[in-house]
Design a protein around this ligand. Structure first.
Ligand SMILES: Cc1cc2nc3c(=O)[nH]c(=O)nc-3n(C[C@H](O)[C@H](O)[C@H](O)COP(=O)(O)OP(=O)(O)OC[C@H]3O[C@@H](n4cnc5c(N)ncnc54)[C@H](O)[C@@H]3O)c2cc1C
Length: 288
């Protein structure tokens, strides 16, 4: 055990679902000089048989445990640097203010579409986040990763990141911590949809993780869940939004069990009615 690891950390405010959860061990990466500690944590965790998980702002996570028997490393590396028409940002920077900054500098910038996109740069790269047809893969040039097994830092180019719909290579490399990402800033859009008006009219606020399920090819998970009559359906403190059926909202101090039960019901009903197997977009983090 290391003195810099916090123990029994309350995670309530570290996921946008705000369900009660505790991490047995927790580390917040804030300084560059602390990066080598990740290598030490990884080695120690493997010796102890403990999983290590990286966290951004927890807007795409369900903490599906009371106590996580492992280490959660929250990446809060924050800095922004402009050079040669590109912008490079620490993985802990929030994507939304960065997008605002880029769109102030570049007229009609595609980054304007991301101004209301929650989460960190690290989370956006890991999940190829995006909206209005503009995904992380369209703007990213490279990411810097720290390989916690070897203790080495290196650049990973966009091709190697293996992006597809809400997917990147990070899903298969749990020992890689994203440290920063570099984006081109010259992408423009003539679409005048105001992302704020669009979101506020079609998506609920409150404690949610955004879209809970991935959209099946050629369809929308929200439409399917709506069609099986689950809009407004509640389990305990969590309900399926009346506004958007792919949004689960924790509006009455719900638990992760409420979320998972609601998930199972939605999957079952959609399977029975349409023979379609919904897949989670949010990461369900469980004890193994
Ligand atoms: C109201 C609402 C609306 C949303 N709308 C959208 C939308 O329109 N489009 C969209 O794509 N998403 C949307 N989301 C989901 C969410 O915003 C994105 O998935 C976001 O990119 C997650 O970022 P995060 O920092 O919160 O990641 P987290 O939830 O903390 O983590 C997500 C995944 O990334 C990994 N990860 C995070 N940081 C690192 C790192 N530094 N190194 C390695 N792995 C890392 C985690 O291990 C985890 O697997 C929405 C969420 C909410 C709450």
């Amino acid at each position: 055990m290391f003195p810099f690891l916090e123990q029994n950390k309350d995670l309530l405010k570290y996921s946008s679902f705000h369900t009660p959860a505790i991490a047995r061990y927790f580390f917040e990466l804030r300084e560059h000089s602390d990066i080598p500690k990740l290598h030490d944590i990884w080695k120690w965790s493997k010796e102890e048989g403990l999983p290590v998980v990286f966290l951004g702002s927890g807007t795409n996570m369900v903490f599906a445990f009371n106590v996580f028997e492992g280490v959660i490393i929250r990446n809060m590396l924050k800095w922004i640097e402009w050079y040669d028409g590109k912008v490079r940002a620490g993985a802990g920077e929030l994507i939304s203010p960065l997008s605002l900054q880029v769109s102030k500098v570049r007229e009609n910038s595609l980054f304007g579409k991301w101004i209301w996109l929650p989460g960190t740069i690290g989370g956006a790269v890991a999940g190829n986040a995006g909206c209005f047809g503009f995904e992380t893969k369209d703007a990213i040039l490279e990411a810097t990763i720290f390989d916690t097994i070897t203790g080495e830092t290196r650049a990973v180019w966009v091709d190697e990141l293996d992006f597809s719909y809400r997917h990147s290579i990070l899903k298969d490399t749990p020992h890689w911590c994203i440290l920063d990402a570099t984006f081109k800033t010259n992408l423009v859009s003539d679409d005048t949809t105001d992302p704020r008006t669009f979101r506020s009219g079609k998506q609920p606020g409150g404690f949610t993780c955004g879209s809970f399920f991935r959209n099946p090819v050629g369809d929308s998970a929200g439409r399917l869940i709506d069609q099986v009559g689950l809009k407004g359906y509640r389990i305990g403190g969590v309900k399926i939004s009346e506004l958007h059926a792919n949004f689960f909202v924790n509006d009455e101090n719900g638990s992760y069990e409420d979320i998972l039960t609601l998930r199972d019901i939605a999957k079952q009903k959609v399977r029975d009615t349409f023979s379609i197997e919904l897949q989670e977009e949010a990461r369900i983090l469980e004890n193994r």
